[in-house]
Design a protein around this ligand. Structure first.
Ligand code: PLP
Length: 408
């Protein structure tokens, strides 16, 4: 006799959690590739597969230290790695950071999830940028919190609107997240803007979470100002790692730095330490790369300076996108992405995931739709500027051809 057992469902906790950068459109692209089709992928900020490999000295260090990496490390991470991050804090002007204020993780991703799990009670609100890097929104929801998005203003170089941030604060708001340099817009915030955001945090007693993973990928002489360097009286948690600045995304190596009003936050820090202990430690071989990375030759500078490969590709992709009728794109000052706008009069897109799927099936180009970044419209998409110049030219020309075919 056979009994039908009930389907096994995902947990209620996962309701409303989504990370669409690796969602249905990517699954369709994977299916098409398995079918033997060649797709130009402009979807993920993963430098190494596009020929932006991690510096040799980092690889050698990991290999050299491998025989000593078989055991767990301290939950917060190896001392020399944390010491190197502490010194980096001094260079960035972040005051009063000790080795104990630094926790290493398996990428910034793990630490973002931990930071939200340790903080939020049900329905606590967190202010996040729109557009955002969607892991932040997903992590807030997973922790039972409520993401509240503030608008970044495309007409003002994608700077966050302070007015909008203020409007969205309620008695339940616990924290303000800034992503600077920004994924997906390429914005890099001025000191004045950071000070204004900090003032809001100060007035409303918010924790500031500063995701600064792209802090060395800066074009046109831009300078990055660490939020925590301005925030001695506000609790600030800053995030960085090896994935982008050092093109070592596969190493899964990141860190969080707790600074500012630490004395008031012993309870929260205890929570973070408990979560760090529960996952025992971050991947140990990759922790060995941190000291060499931070202290060694900063080879990313060669890629972002005029004539460097990232610089050239940023200029090329930006120019080609803006040449398509009805497409406008703010020039990125930093990071690895472009976030162009489609004129809704010419391209009345109702469902931008469907738009991305149609473009994929018709032209074999993989982009990410703007709504995946919690952008409240259907008129944007993101591309990465990592593929070769030839692939960028080909992909953007196919995007132009597809847009011409749906143009009103
Ligand atoms: N934060 C931002 C803004 C990112 O763009 C990414 C990856 O794309 C991450 C965090 C995750 O980085 P990691 O590889 O360190 O987990």
């Amino acid at each position: 006799m056979s009994t039908v057992k009930p389907a096994i469902q995902k947990s209620e906790k996962l309701k409303g959690v989504c990370y669409d950068i690796r969602g249905p459109v990517l699954r369709e692209a994977n299916r098409m590739e398995e079918d033997g089709q060649r797709i130009i992928k402009l979807n993920i900020g993963n430098p190494a597969p596009f020929g932006f490999e991690a510096p040799d000295e980092i690889l050698h260090d990991v290999i050299r230290n491998l025989p000593d990496s078989s055991g767990y490390s301290h939950s917060k991470g190896l001392f020399p790695a944390r010491k190197a991050i502490m010194q980096y804090c001094q260079e960035k002007g972040i005051a009063n950071v000790t080795v104990d204020d630094i926790i290493l993780g398996n990428g910034v991703s793990e630490l973002i999830v931990m930071a939200m799990q340790a903080l939020l009670n049900d329905d606590d609100e967190v202010l996040l940028p729109a557009p955002d890097y969607p892991l932040w929104t997903a992590a807030v929801r997973l922790a039972g919190g409520m993401p509240v998005h503030y608008l970044c203003d495309e007409d003002n170089d994608w700077q966050p609107s302070i007015e909008d941030i203020r409007m969205r604060i309620t008695p339940r708001t616990r924290a303000l997240v800034i992503i600077n340099p920004n994924n997906p817009t390429g914005a890099n915030y001025s000191r004045e803007l950071l000070l204004e955001m900090l003032q809001v945090a100060r007035e409303h007693d918010l924790i500031v979470f500063a995701d600064e993973i792209y802090d060395k990928i800066l074009y046109d002489g831009e300078e990055h100002i660490a939020m925590a360097s301005l925030a001695e009286d506000v609790l600030c948690v800053s995030f960085g790692g090896l994935s982008k600045n050092y093109r070592a995304a596969g190493f899964r190596s990141g860190w969080m730095i707790i600074s500012g009003a630490k004395k008031r936050a012993t309870g929260y820090i205890e929570g973070l330490e408990m979560l760090a202990s529960m996952r025992l430690c971050a991947n140990v071989p990759s922790q060995h790369a941190i000291q060499t990375a931070l202290g060694g030759y900063q080879s990313i500078d060669d890629l972002v300076k005029p004539g460097g490969r990232l610089y050239r590709q940023r200029d090329l992709a930006w120019k080609l996108l803006n040449e398509i009728p009805g497409v406008s794109c703010v020039k990125p000052k930093s990071a690895l992405y472009l976030f162009p706008r489609l004129d809704p009069e010419m391209y009345p897109i109702e469902d931008d995931e469907q738009f991305a799927l149609d473009l994929l099936r018709k032209e074999k180009v993989l982009i990410v739709q703007g709504s995946a970044f919690n952008w409240p419209g259907t008129d944007h998409f993101r591309i990465v500027l990592l593929p070769s110049a030839d692939d960028l030219v080909e992909a953007i020309s196919r995007i132009g051809r597809y847009l011409a075919s749906i143009r009103r």
